[in-house]
Design a protein around this ligand. Structure first.
Ligand SMILES: Nc1ncnc2c1ncn2[C@@H]1O[C@H](COP(=O)(O)OP(=O)(O)OP(=O)(O)O)[C@@H](O)[C@H]1O
Ligand SMILES: [Mg+2]
Length: 285
């Protein structure tokens, strides 16, 4: 038993450390109320260093994401794309400059109300060892079963879920290991659908999938983005060509901005990246 006791003591220490963590951002004393945002986002001269470091990973970033439109963020690994999404969710505050949603500085809002405005789909989805229905409900507690099914249908997940032995009541196993990568991402999309948030952040949602599985979630992703403000990060440049604007991020700075056609015509870094990813015979599309 002594092995178990030592193991449990070490685990308990780690849990206590976690419980002792304090958020890095401060909640305002008198937050401005924000029920449901329209989703108009503006960044002004935003610079950022991670706490305890002196290297700027974002420098002088200024752009708007008009409500209901899609903005794509592309650039090399380490350019700062994910960091930018962390600032939008206010996991950190900018070192300089500011970010507003519907005209409110993020620092003036209640962090919980701010995060209610967002749905997020990441490269790897955190699924809990619960039933499929409960994993979708994690997007909006209290939704009813017909909402769960509607969200799963919109995410092209209803069919595979119905084919499982216990349907929506099938447990997914630790980290969802009983499902394939593509199935997990469709659950994540259903979860974001049911959340029905005005702003969507997609950070490499297809990156962990093979080409076929990745193709299968493009339709659901488009349905999810329809009518919402969306910030999309993707190495799969075919998914960003229809964005209202594409921002090319290079070492924390925006070096190119425009539509897909404009950036191809500019023949700069974006055009180079695009040619690298998309075979020559399709670049004229
Ligand atoms: N928690 C952290 N503390 C310190 N530096 C960090 C932290 N997270 C990321 N960085 C650094 O910030 C820079 C930007 O990282 P970020 O994850 O935003 O890049 P990215 O554009 O999302 O890259 P990728 O395409 O590989 O996902 C990198 O140099 C990275 O090493
Ligand atoms: Mg990233």
């Amino acid at each position: 038993m002594s092995n178990t006791i030592y193991g449990a003591a070490a685990a308990a220490e780690r849990i206590i450390e976690l419980l002792d963590q304090r958020p890095l951002v401060a909640a305002p004393a008198k937050p401005r109320p924000l029920e449901r945002a329209v989703g108009d986002i503006k960044l002004r001269q935003v610079s950022f260093c991670y706490p305890g470091t002196t290297r700027e990973v974002l420098s002088d970033i200024t752009f708007d994401v008009p409500a209901g439109t899609i903005t794509a963020l592309v650039g090399m690994s380490g350019a700062g794309k994910t960091t930018l999404t962390k600032l939008l969710l206010r996991l950190y505050d900018p070192t300089h400059g500011g970010i507003t949603i519907d005209g409110h500085d993020l620092r003036d809002l209640d962090p919980r109300q701010l995060r209610n405005q967002f749905a997020v789909v990441l490269q790897e989805t955190l699924l809990l060892d619960e039933t499929i229905a409960e994993n979708i409900l994690a997007g909006r507690a209290g939704a009813d079963h017909s909402d769960v099914v509607a969200a799963a249908r919109a995410a092209d997940a209803h069919e595979f879920i119905s084919a499982l032995p216990e349907g929506y009541h099938t447990r997914v196993g630790q980290r969802g290991r009983l499902l394939s990568g593509g199935q997990r991402q469709r659950i994540a999309i259903a979860r974001a659908m049911i959340r029905d948030a005005p702003v969507l952040i997609l950070d490499e949602p297809t990156a962990s999938l093979d080409a076929a599985a990745s193709d299968h979630i493009l339709g659901p992703l488009r349905r999810l983005m329809a009518g919402r403000t969306a910030l999309v990060i993707s190495h799969n440049l075919l998914t960003v060509t229809s964005a209202r604007q594409i921002l090319y991020l290079d070492h924390g700075r925006i070096t190119e901005t425009g539509t897909h056609a404009e950036l191809l015509a500019e023949d700069g870094q974006y055009a180079q990246l695009y040619r690298l990813h998309v075979p020559a015979h399709t670049t004229t599309a």
